[in-house]
Design a protein around this ligand. Structure first.
Ligand code: ADP
Ligand code: MG
Length: 503
């Protein structure tokens, strides 16, 4: 097993502060469920469709329309809960959160306040190779998304696009166990990775399919630990919530800024006001959006249009049995089975498709060598073309074929790089290309001896120098490699040069 160290955060002095402070951060991540239809209607969830083309009557809040739960969405949320080692509540219920938004025609959002589908779970956040920190999940509830108001198309009017209205979201609520900006970003990275492995959310942050609300407060060193196990964080500093962030970089910047703002207020003798703020990346600051409403402002009540959601343990067990191997387990197995460093294993398991690619190459071959080729050569080459692993022109079988030719001594490592480039750009079977193009390494001793002798005869002055200073023998090796078009076996050339020069 991996050696996971649960490191306590180092209290650090925040720039500009007079005293030592620690950060306390809890996140509410909205993950769009990967599904073709909306949560309570059959309308499509396709991204980028013509505005207002994916809207059922129920999404538009037409009178008399009734929501019908999309079972697949519930299954995806259960799968997510199980992937986060969370408790699944067999009895849950939908509530109405009442508020008016032009892009929410119902006049309320259907969510789960009192009885969420998923209870407590956890995420192991990778901070550095071998160092992980545990962030507890408080709950996951299923809810509808709102549509989109468009304010920048006309100077006098606003428009509304209801395509997103009613799309299924999972709100994944963490405990305030996150202790710094880097950890907050690493948390989102890990959560996104797990969701993508599970296939329950595509994690596309640019399209807004994964967005985070970040709650930030500051406290005196050691205060958080006092309350960690009680779960009662009300005695810590007052928090502010920064809404709707969809980039790891902005999450970090917003937290840094917000912490500094709060510390300055407290050190000046003021008090932080609990409120919702927005981060402005251009100005690098957060600004107030609205003061935090009390729950009763939303007049939450059980949605009378929907029966409580009752699911069966057997159904949950079936979903559990179908879970894929998740990132932590895969990484540990790569370290054990293929002898990889933890760093390489992290890189290879970051995306499930890359992990599958690597395994197909490494199966029955030298794991470390396979890892080097996949990480350095393949990933490097793909990056140059701005492609991801699913668009690789070289298949695992082709890359494996190249590695086999190296292992059998048919080609040198250097020729293998050329061969890789040929396979990458023109395709084809590596062994056939080597045969056709005469790229086979010369291991025939007689041929190498002849090449060495020719170089020695043509360069008597160099021979004298090398005999006086054996370090210069490398020059002969280089000449022979050049003369044979890089196809001579370098080890054999070395041995013959040394022998012929009498070194
Ligand atoms: P609310 O009921 O106001 O939505 P919750 O208790 O549900 O508040 O918490 C919302 C989020 O705020 C959670 O992610 C939680 O971890 C986080 N949170 C709670 N207390 C603090 C705190 N003192 N500092 C930072 N985040 C906090
Ligand atoms: Mg809450």
């Amino acid at each position: 097993m991996l050696d996971l160290t649960y490191a306590a955060p180092e209290p650090k002095r925040i720039a500009g502060a007079k005293d030592d402070w620690e950060l306390v951060i809890g996140m509410e991540v909205h993950a769009q469920i990967a599904t073709k239809a909306k949560l309570f209607s059959g309308a499509s969830t396709q991204f980028g469709a013509e505005p207002n083309s994916n809207v059922a009557f129920v999404d538009a809040g037409m009178p008399g329309m009734l929501p019908v739960v999309n079972e697949f969405c519930i299954e995806q949320a259960v799968r997510t809960g199980l992937g986060l080692k969370a408790a699944i509540n067999l009895w849950s219920a939908f509530d109405r959160k009442n508020y008016f938004y032009p892009d929410l025609p119902q006049g309320y959002q259907i969510s789960q306040l009192y009885h969420p589908l998923v209870g407590e779970g956890e995420v192991l956040v990778d901070m550095a190779p071998g160092i992980a920190r545990l962030v507890r999940i408080e709950r996951i509830h299923v809810e509808q998304d709102a549509g989109k108001s468009i304010h920048d198309m006309d100077p006098a009017m606003s428009f509304v696009d209801l395509n997103r209205t009613g799309v299924a979201l999972m709100e994944i609520v963490s405990r305030p166990d996150i202790r710094g900006p880097e950890e907050a970003a690493a948390y989102v990275v890990k959560l996104r990775q797990i969701l993508r492995y599970l296939g329950t959310c595509d994690g596309n942050m640019q399209n807004g399919n994964l967005r985070a609300d970040v709650n930030v407060s500051v406290c005196r060193p050691g205060q958080y630990e006092k309350f960690r196990d009680t779960g009662d964080f009300g005695h810590l500093g007052t928090r502010c919530e920064i809404k709707n962030m969809n980039s790891m970089r902005f999450i970090q910047q917003a937290i840094e800024h917000e912490a500094r703002r709060q510390i300055a207020i407290i050190e000046d003798g003021g008090a932080v006001v609990q409120e919702t703020r927005l981060y402005d990346p251009d100005k690098g600051e957060t600004r107030s959006m609205r003061s935090k409403e009390e729950a009763h402002d939303y007049r939450y009540f059980p949605d009378p249009d929907l029966l409580p959601l009752e699911i069966e343990q057997e159904w949950v067990d079936g979903i559990k049995a179908s879970l894929p191997e998740l990132p932590d387990a895969k990484k540990a197995r790569f370290v054990l089975d293929f002898g990889l460093s933890e760093y390489d294993a992290s890189v290879l398991t970051a995306e499930v498709e890359a992990a599958a690619y690597f395994e197909a190459v490494a199966e029955g071959r030298d794991g470390k060598m396979a890892a080097n080729w996949v990480i350095n050569d393949l990933f490097g080459r793909l990056k140059k073309d701005d492609r991801d692993i699913t668009q690789s022109p070289v298949s695992p079988a082709q890359l494996g074929g190249i590695l086999d030719l190296i292992a059998s001594g048919d080609i040198s490592g250097k020729i293998a790089k050329d061969l890789f480039e040929i396979v990458y750009t023109t395709g084809g079977d590596p062994a056939a290309i080597v045969a056709e193009r005469g790229m086979k390494q010369v291991t025939d001793t007689a041929a190498i001896e002849a090449a060495v002798d020719a170089v020695i005869q043509a360069n008597p002055a160099q021979v004298e120098k090398a005999q006086a200073n054996p370090k210069l023998a490398g020059w002969f090796v280089g000449q022979v490699m050049k003369a044979t078009g890089g196809k001579a076996n370098p080890a054999a050339v070395n041995a013959i040069v040394t022998a012929r020069l009498g070194l």
